[in-house]
Ligand binder design. Structure first.
Ligand code: AMP
Length: 123
């Protein structure tokens, strides 16, 4: 990808340069615990390929990568129990989405009531 930043922290995790708390790994996908969890369950699911955002991944990844990614998300929901109690799947993208790490990732958040989906903007 032309605008993919190879130095982003998830790229460094994928290269094994920094540690992570892995919960699932497949041929195309890695899932690990968020370092600053917002709820009892807060897992990040990332493709191993160099994709920046939700739209980039779903437009450009292979069918095998996309299926593997979403099957892994579902397995995590079942394995952690949030499939039963409820959860939120969030993917922030670019400026308005306040994306901090420019490697596509899905937040899977649950384990407590999560409140309304969106808060009022701070500014
Ligand atoms: P986003 O704003 O959607 O880009 O979210 C990035 C997420 O990555 C935040 O929830 C961070 O807490 C999380 N994060 C940043 N660095 C790490 C890391 N080294 N290991 C696990 N999670 C991280």
């Amino acid at each position: 990808m032309a605008d993919y930043d190879e130095s982003n922290i998830f790229a460094r995790i994928l290269r094994g340069e920094i540690p992570n708390d892995t919960v699932a790994e497949t041929e195309h996908t890695l899932a690990f615990r968020d370092i600053t969890p917002q709820a009892p369950v807060h897992i990040l699911v990332i493709p191993k390929g160099a994709y920046t955002t939700y739209d980039d991944f779903h437009a450009n990844a292979s069918d095998a990568e996309i299926v593997d990614f979403h099957r892994t998300c579902a397995k995590i929901c079942f394995d952690t129990g949030i499939a039963e109690t409820g959860f939120r799947a969030i993917s922030n993208a670019r400026l308005h989405g306040v994306q901090e790490v420019p490697h596509y990732h899905q937040h899977l958040i649950g384990g407590r009531p999560l409140g309304r989906m969106l808060a009022a903007p701070e500014d």
